[in-house]
Write a protein that binds this ligand. Structure first.
Ligand code: GLC
Length: 662
């Protein structure tokens, strides 16, 4: 059951699509105070677990820290980081009292979950204009389902987008792309897509293609498609200010860019230099920008990633003017530490500054709205507009689309990747912890930059990360500029990588089927153990294992030099071990604690008691797979309900369901 409580006059975010009437009674569970903004306080019981918040740092259980829901470009996020790229304001308290709460608020809102006071959950924001939804149900699973129902069905990508994908900032020329494809094919490692980062464009101008470096893009796209490999270009939020650039000139003429307080287009420095930001909160402007993707779909492109849409601002035009003024005040030869610190501070204050977010304005239905009052809506609306336009451009086929910034509601239009991470072991575990929380908020098509974006990856880290990545719907290896190459063929014994990625392809009929089920039935693809085993304290407190769909449990290795790891089985299960050359070994294991040895070139996962899953034969790409020739593995006599379709049709009513018997 879902109840809505409205305070003040909330900004309409569109996150909730069901028409729910606001209650007149007081909100349950929380004590509300509106002395300064508004706050909601809940007394937590000792054993309560607080789930949720989607893309956030720290645990599956969010207790013990404070999080700011505020879309932020923080490429170097650590344990202490409070805001990440997405803003996902759903929490679920499980324990003495079990309920969910969604705080529908378009800009910064703080979740202090036992940080200031160990037993107090306090959610607060600056303005007392907010809709709060309280979701009740018998179990966490039911609560999530009810929440997901009111926010609408999740985006389903084309099936090829669940294949393995390779990215790098950047493959600078079409020949560099060909080389990646050639190397993957040479090693026989499956690959479904190669990503084009900003350098495919001319001077980082959206919807342009560098004639010098990618002059043969149409041929390249066709050539790659023959090989079963799609190319996926990036689109950034900012539009380069340049005379003669049609997107800039049209946007300017039609008044489609965000403005400053004087009504002049707001200028900020991002990759292309000074840019204007399209006003995605203005539907007409958003659709105009979205239809520009046609320039690339016309060439045969069928997937995109939207980036820098928090929006990320390196500096604003005004900000840099202020910067030079301040700098001239202090560059007087003073060599003191104080002066050095002042210089550092003014440099650091340029990027993603509050001053800038406070000087951007949107046109919402003819009214000017300050950006910082609706900050979390920007990437969401950019991507929603893209999806709407793509439906017009390619009505019959699903297009791959994912974004960096997001808010609840965007899950209907696209997936997300979890932004810039690092080649750190801790970021493997962080990804695992974020996955179920993202699912709670509707984001099913999710994944992190495998191998880590920043810093140099090591062979063992990439292999172990793949051990988790083969289960994530979005499975993309991506690395930053100037970091060590981390394509699978760059390391010793590429056959180990091949073996693990081939397992992903063999699992695809299962993973895709579970994905379709979750999208149709508002279920979670990744579940914390406590969601299925509520009364089992070990399961409730498990922070490094997950259920994947209804049949599997995973317990990836995420520490360096580990020979294996402790695994907790909340019930008897069948361990499935991937050995060399694709050989699978099975072992029945009893409920309880086990140390499971997992050599670097093996993967172990667990089949739940009484279940079975379908496997296909791997191939070099999903296009080359036979999704009808399936083999079942698991418990004898088990049944599996397979959801399947042609993998591309936008009409999801065409999904077929059949029972397979083991
Ligand atoms: C941002 C993106 C990253 C991309 C880079 C260059 O940092 O998060 O994925 O590679 O920009 O476009």
């Amino acid at each position: 059951m879902v109840k809505k409580y409205t305070y003040g006059s909330p900004f309409y975010t569109g996150a909730v699509i069901e028409d729910i009437k606001a209650e007149i009674s007081a909100i349950p569970y929380f004590e509300v105070s509106s002395d300064d903004g508004i706050s909601f306080e809940f007394k937590m019981h000792n054993k309560d677990i607080v789930y949720g918040l989607g893309e956030a740092t720290r645990g599956i259980n969010k207790r013990g820290y404070v999080y700011n829901s505020y879309c932020s470009d923080d490429f170097c996020h650590m344990e202490t980081t409070r805001s990440l790229y997405g803003a996902h304001n759903f929490i679920l308290i499980e324990g003495e009292k079990t309920f969910g709460a969604f705080f529908d608020y378009p800009t910064k809102i703080t979740f202090d979950i036992g940080y200031t006071k160990a037993d107090t959950l306090k959610v607060y924001c600056d303005k007392a204009d907010i809709d709060v939804y309280i979701i009740e149900g018998e179990t966490p699973i039911e609560i999530v389902k009810s929440f997901r129902k009111i926010i609408g069905k999740s985006y389903v990508p084309p099936r090829w987008a669940m294949g393995y994908m390779q990215s790098r900032w950047s493959y600078y020329t079409s020949d560099a792309v060909r080389e990646v494809a050639r190397n993957y094919r040479k090693e026989g490692i499956p690959l479904d897509a190669i990503f084009l980062d900003i350098d495919y464009m001319e001077k980082y101008k959206d919807f342009t293609v560098s004639s010098e470096r990618f002059g043969d893009l149409p041929e390249l796209i066709a050539e790659m498609k023959e090989e079963g490999i799609r190319l996926v270009p990036i689109i950034d939020a900012g539009v380069k200010i340049e005379e003669g650039y049609d997107v800039y000139e049209e946007g300017l003429e039609k008044g489609y860019f965000c403005v400053d307080k004087d009504g002049k287009p707001f200028s900020a420095g991002v990759w292309p230099g000074l840019t204007h930001f399209p006003d995605f909160l203005n539907e007409e402007a958003g659709l105009w920008f979205g239809l520009k993707y046609k320039a690339l779909t016309d060439l045969g492109i069928d997937g995109f990633w939207n980036d820098m849409n928090e929006p990320a601002i390196f500096y604003s035009e005004k900000g840099i003017e202020r910067f030079y003024e301040k700098l001239s005040e202090i560059t007087n030869g003073d060599k003191s530490v104080e002066n050095y610190n002042k210089i550092k501070d003014i440099v650091n204050s340029l990027q993603n500054s509050q001053e800038d977010y406070n000087s951007i304005y949107h046109n919402v239905d003819g009214k000017l709205v300050k950006h910082n009052d609706i900050h979390n809506m920007y990437g969401y609306k950019m991507t929603e507009c893209t999806a709407k336009a793509l439906e017009k451009i390619r009505p019959h086929e699903r297009t791959l689309l994912f974004s960096r910034a997001s808010y609840v509601g965007m899950h209907r239009s696209a997936g997300i990747w979890t932004g810039d991470n690092f080649s750190w072991w801790s970021h493997i575990l962080l990804e695992l912890k974020q996955l179920p929380a993202l699912n709670m908020c509707g984001f099913l098509y999710v994944g992190a930059d495998l191998g880590g974006f920043g810093c140099d990856a090591t062979r063992d880290l990439v292999l172990r990360w793949l051990g988790l990545g083969i289960f994530t719907p979005l499975m993309r290896n991506h690395a930053a500029l100037c970091t060590r190459d981390q394509e699978c063929y760059q390391f010793e014994n590429p056959e180990d990588f091949k073996n693990i990625i081939e397992l992903r392809y063999r699992l695809l009929p299962y993973l895709y089927s579970e994905f379709l089920k979750c999208a149709e039935n508002n279920e979670m693809f990744f579940k914390p153990l406590g969601f299925e085993f509520n009364d089992d304290e070990m399961a409730r407190n498990c922070e490094d294992q997950l259920f994947v769909g209804n049949e599997l449990m995973i317990a990836p290795v995420y520490t360096q030099n580990a020979i294996g790891r402790y695994v907790y089985l909340p019930e008897d299960m069948k361990a499935v071990r991937l050995k060399e050359n694709g050989k699978l070994e099975f072992e029945d294991m009893a409920k309880g604690h086990h140390f499971v040895e997992i050599p670097l070139n093996e993967v172990v996962f667990f089949l739940r008691k009484g279940k079975c899953i379908p496997l296909a034969k791997s191939a070099l790409s999903t296009d080359a797979m036979d999704f009808d020739a399936l083999e079942l593995i698991g418990y004898e006599g088990a049944k599996y309900e397979l959801y399947t379709d042609d993998g591309i049709n936008s009409d999801l009513t065409k999904v077929e369901k059949k029972i397979l018997n083991n």
